[in-house]
Design a protein around this ligand. Structure first.
Ligand code: NI
Length: 137
């Protein structure tokens, strides 16, 4: 079993808030990310997959193919979009980095499995100081 990670980047807007809470409670809970008129982040997405080494190619997966799948499945849906409004797999969810990482995993996993390999980790950085890692259920 060997692991390989591809990084992709995207920029997106969001707001963390609960509609049933007032601005004060939203601010106390979510800080600046609760400001009403949205804001953006430059996200970095690290997708780690695992599988057996292909002795002919020396690869676990062709990294260009992995990159294309991430772009077609995720990046095109989130880049320069509003996560709260525009992203189908985030509808009805709080636009936290945690929920976004879980949503990305669920979107990506079938395409990764179709390559005969497994998704191992979705790591998503929201700022240079904050990131989440999701390893599936
Ligand atoms: Ni934010």
């Amino acid at each position: 079993m060997i692991f390989i990670t591809r990084r992709e980047r995207f920029s997106a807007a969001h707001r963390l808030f609960r509609i049933e809470w007032d601005d004060k409670k939203n601010y106390e809970t979510f800080g600046q990310c609760s400001y009403p008129n949205w804001h953006g982040h430059n996200y970095e997405l690290f997708v780690t997959v695992k599988g057996d080494l292909n002795r002919e190619t020396g690869f676990v997966v062709n990294i260009k193919k992995l990159s294309a799948i991430i772009k077609e499945t995720i990046i095109i849906k989130v880049d320069h979009k509003n996560i709260n409004i525009d992203v189908d797999f985030m509808k009805g969810k709080l636009a936290s980095t945690e929920n976004l990482a879980i949503g990305i995993w669920e979107e990506l996993e079938p395409s990764i499995n179709a390559l005969g390999i497994q998704l191992h980790c979705v790591k998503l950085t929201e700022t240079e100081n904050n990131f989440v890692e999701y390893y599936g259920k």
